[in-house]
Structure formats: C-alpha cells, structure tokens
Design a protein around this ligand. Structure first.
Ligand code: PMP
Length: 446
C-alpha cells in the first residue's frame, strides 16, 4: 500500500531517495549521503550541475520585476538577447528562434506545426505526413510520441495520427554491414528516407524528424560522415523539411552549440529543450529561418501555434544566464577536451576486454556499449555497484552505459569517475557468466 498522496511513477517500488540539495555535480540525500552524479540529474538536463550563482541571481532579479509576460503581445528584452545569443556561434544558417514552451516534447510539436504551417501557407496543404526513425525519442505528448519509437509505450499507438511513418534507425554500430563503407551506409540510410517519401508520395510529406546523434534509446550514436548531407539532399529534392531534435545533444553538450555543426549542414528546424535552462528553469525553443518566416508572413501573417508559457520570462532569464556560461570558446573547447579524454581512457583501459563493444559520442555526450550474456543485468549491476560502494550515479541499462555529466565536471572528478568505473566494470565482469543473477535487484532508479 502507498502511504503517500503522490501518484508516483514506479507503483510497485518503495519511494525513491529524497534529495535535500545539490551542489556542483553532487546530490545530497536527506539521509546524509553525497552522490556524484554522472547522469545530469537522471535525464541529462543538469548540464551545469546544481549551483550556478549567476543563474540563481538572474532568476531572483527577474522575479522581482515580473515572472511572466505573454510572448505574443509583449516584448521582453531577455528573449531578444537570448535569441541573438543562441544564434551567435551557430555555423548553420538558421536565423530565427521561436520559444515553444517548457518541454522538449512541446518544442517537437511546435516544430512539426511550424513546418506544416509553412507548407500550408505556401499552398501545399496535402503535406501532412511526418517520417522519423526507429529507436528515436522526441517527447511524451501524443504527436511527439507518434514520431518516437519506444516499445514499452507502443500501447498508445491507437491514439496516434495515421500519417506518421518510420524508417530504420541510422546506427553504424548495429546496422552497417562489414563489407559496406561508411559512405555506402550513409547513402543507404538516406535512401531509406527517399524510398519512404516516394512510397507515401512527395506531395504528402511534410518533414523528416531525427535526433542529430541518436540518443537515449541506443546511446549517443553519431552519424556516418555525410549522412546528414545526403539526407538534406533528399529533403531538398522533394520539398520536405528537415527537423533536427537537439533536446539532448544541443547547447554545447557536444562541444559545439549545435550538434549538427559537426556535420556541416543547415536543417530547416532544430528544436532545443532541457539543456536550454539546464534544469534551473524549463524552457524549449525551435530554431528556424527567415525563409520559413517569410512563408508564414505571406500566408496567414502570424504563427498560429502558441502556448501560455512560451518564452516564460523567468525561464528565459535563467536560460540567458546558463547560455552565457556555455557560449564561450574556452568552455566549449574544454567540453571537447574532456570528452576526448573520456573516450580515450575508456578505450585504452577497456578496449581489449571481452565485454567491450565500443565507446562513441561527441563532446561530453558519450556511451559505452558492452556485449555479454544478460546484458541488461550487467548494466544494472554496474549501476548498483557504483551506487552502493562508491556513491556514484551512472545510467546503465540494456546494452550501454551513458555518460552525461555536467559540462562543468572537473578533470579530477572525471578521472575519479573513470578509474572507479573501469575497476567496477572489470570486477562485475569477472565470473559474470557463471554468476547467479537471480539476486540482482532490478531498480528503475538509484
Ligand atoms: N527529444 C529527446 C532527444 C529527448 O531525449 C527528450 C527527453 N529525454 C525529449 C525530446 C523530450 O523532452 P521532454 O521530456 O522535456 O519533453
């Protein structure tokens, strides 16, 4: 029986740990434990850790003035400044920012609706199909989920619009055949998209949606070189918008402000979420371009999609302070350096281990894939051991461990995490195949 008034997520589990406070990359529980968090708050949002004085001050200063003024009918200098800042280091050519709401799912749906409105306002009203990839996740609202692919949520399928289609994931580690070159594989993946567009009918396809690096479900898989160039070319050929999801891999987490800037193309839309306000406040946005704006200006003359809390004034104030920290060349360089160190250390120390499959990622968004019997339990055992013996939180399940620590993690902290992880990996792996696994506790949280 549950003695709490709260409807919790995991209904058959005891209450998860109560957290008292956060400081740097550490969480302090009510029981007095100090936990080193490599998961960015479990959902990779806490990219600056928990204590950033300039962010807290910005929230306080804004709260003293006004907490929220409507996006449509009032201007807000912070919104202007944040939009300018978000475009200031972009290597792609997008030049407009639309604040969508608080969650990544809201931004996904905003991007889908802006995309459709731009087609509609150009006279292409039949373009109502969206294509996305298997093993994707774009949010939990109904249409964001309709373009996602999570087996445990497939019972919702009857709720989804019919005009949503999936093509295979793009995953060089899983799907590239040994005899295939990376370039062949990239072309083949783009061909899946082209075939699907032709099957549906190009006049009916609105947009293709994908995470720039495939994220949470498969574990930080960067695309093959030129993949996005080939996809861009297919989209251009059939007047299909390209919408990129950088909720997880945007705003400096990969060492560039936009992950797609590693791939050298300009999409039509990029949507951002949790990392914008870094958990200090919720904020999400769609980055797009003046060409899309022009279509809507000449059509209905206004963006028809809106929400009450879009561009929330407190959230924007927080996000501006967050992004001022991140939009700094030496900060971004540091993220790249720490990420390289992480990948190199794991490869050097575990590369020859029989359970090691690969390490991949960009900047400080990385995953290690392992291959052994009872893989899921192996990941959970790593989580349990690190949590119970070393007070380190990691995200390990299925076939991979994801590392998404705060970008502010110090080299000393990173070295400590990696050394402890590597030792634990070897210890848990020793005798794994013979081990009685019935005692391993499957917990959905730490
Ligand atoms: N896209 C990606 C790639 C995500 O990882 C997530 C959340 N994990 C979302 C979209 C949805 O964001 P939110 O939970 O804020 O709606």
């Amino acid at each position: 029986m549950n003695d709490s008034a709260l409807l919790r997520t995991f209904l058959n589990e005891p209450a998860p740990p109560f957290i008292d406070r956060g400081e740097g990359i550490y969480l302090y529980t009510k029981n007095g434990e100090k936990l080193l968090d490599t998961t960015g708050g479990f959902t990779s949002h806490a990219i600056l850790g928990w204590s950033q004085p300039s962010v807290l001050e910005a929230i306080n200063e804004q709260a003293k003035k006004i907490t929220h003024i409507d996006y449509k009918v009032f201007s807000d200098e912070n919104r202007e400044e944040l939009a300018t800042l978000l475009l200031s280091r972009a290597e792609h050519k997008l030049d407009r920012v639309y604040f969508a709401g608080g969650s990544g799912g809201e931004a996904c749906e905003a991007a889908m609706k802006l995309s459709y409105q731009a087609h509609y306002d150009s006279g292409n009203k039949e373009k109502i199909w969206f294509i996305s990839r298997k093993e994707s996740y774009h949010g939990s609202s109904t249409d964001a989920l309709a373009v996602s692919d999570r087996p445990n949520l497939s019972f919702y399928n009857p709720l989804f619009p019919k005009e949503r289609a999936k093509i295979p994931e793009h995953n060089i580690y899983r799907d590239k055949r040994p005899e295939e070159t990376l370039d062949d594989y990239a072309r083949q993946s783009a061909k899946h998209l082209e075939d699907k567009i032709l099957e549906i009918g190009p006049e009916k396809v609105c947009a293709f949606i994908g995470e720039t690096i495939m994220g949470g479900l498969v574990g930080d898989v960067p695309p093959a070189p030129n993949y996005w160039k080939y996809v861009r070319a297919v989209c251009d050929r059939y007047n299909v918008h390209l919408i990129l999801d950088e909720v997880l891999c945007g705003t400096g987490t990969t060492g560039k402000i936009y992950c797609i800037d590693w791939d050298g193309i300009t999409p039509d839309f990029i949507f951002l979420g949790k990392t914008l306000g870094a958990g200090f406040m919720p904020l999400s946005a769609v980055v797009t371009c003046s060409a899309i704006e022009e279509k809507m200006r000449n059509g209905q003359g206004q963006v028809q999609h809106s929400t009450t809390h879009q561009g929330h004034s407190l959230s924007v104030a927080a996000a501006l302070a967050v992004q001022k920290i991140i939009h700094d060349d030496s900060f971004l360089h540091d993220v790249q350096k720490k990420g390289e160190f992480l990948r190199n250390t794991l490869t050097n120390e575990l590369g020859d281990h029989p359970f090691f499959a690969d390490v991949r990622g960009r900047g400080l968004k990385n995953s290690l894939e392992y291959c052994c019997d009872d893989q899921h339990l192996f990941g959970l055992s790593l989580v349990n051991e690190l949590r119970d013996k070393h007070s380190i939180l990691i995200s390990g399940k299925w076939h991979r461990v994801c590392f998404s620590p705060a970008l502010t993690i110090t080299m000393d902290e990173l070295e400590y995490v990696l050394t402890t992880f590597i030792n634990t990996f070897k210890e848990v792996a020793a005798g794994w195949n013979k081990k009685d696994k019935s005692t391993i506790k499957v917990k959905p949280f730490f």
